[in-house]
Design a protein around this ligand. Structure first.
Ligand code: FES
Length: 151
């Protein structure tokens, strides 16, 4: 895990909903977990190169994809089920940080290249979304597939 992230990760930052696990097989549990996982919107397919971050500064990385201040949280996640991810800039300075804007990195808040194959995966997920019929009523985003209504 990236430096500075682990200490600030907390259960409230998890994008997976809790489930009751009694009496189910590992496969059932994994399947349910996958079904209940929340998927963010994509703000942009590619990272921001951020310079001059002050060591030790606490940042909030956007996990919902709706922020207007990408890659940082602007509070747009309210009523979406997502929460920002707190990250402290490492004390050992780095001149440039490649911060993820797609919200799908496996190494938050850093870009890990996941955005490369994301458009096709997202299109497929949205096409097969179990809540697809309810998309017209979505206020901000469908967290079951990352679909966002046009404004
Ligand atoms: S921008 Fe998200 S993984 Fe690259």
């Amino acid at each position: 895990m990236a430096e500075g992230v682990q200490e600030l990760l907390s259960p409230e930052n998890s994008a997976t909903l809790d489930t009751e696990s009694k009496g189910r097989s590992k496969e059932d549990h994994a399947e349910e977990e996958e079904e209940q996982k929340m998927w963010p919107a994509v703000n942009r397919y590619g990272p921001s190169n951020i310079r001059d971050l002050k060591p030790g500064r606490k940042m909030k990385w956007c996990t919902c994809g709706l922020t207007k201040k990408a890659p940082w949280c602007d509070g747009s996640h309210k009523r979406t089920g997502f929460h920002s991810l707190k990250w402290r800039v490492p004390e050992k300075p780095q001149s440039v940080y490649q911060i993820c804007n797609c919200c799908y990195t496996k190494s938050p808040p850093f870009c890990d290249g996941t955005h490369t194959n994301l458009p096709l995966i997202l299109e497929e997920r949205q096409k097969n979304c179990p809540k697809k019929d309810g998309h017209p009523e979505c206020e901000k985003l469908c967290n079951s597939c990352g679909w966002v209504p046009d404004f």
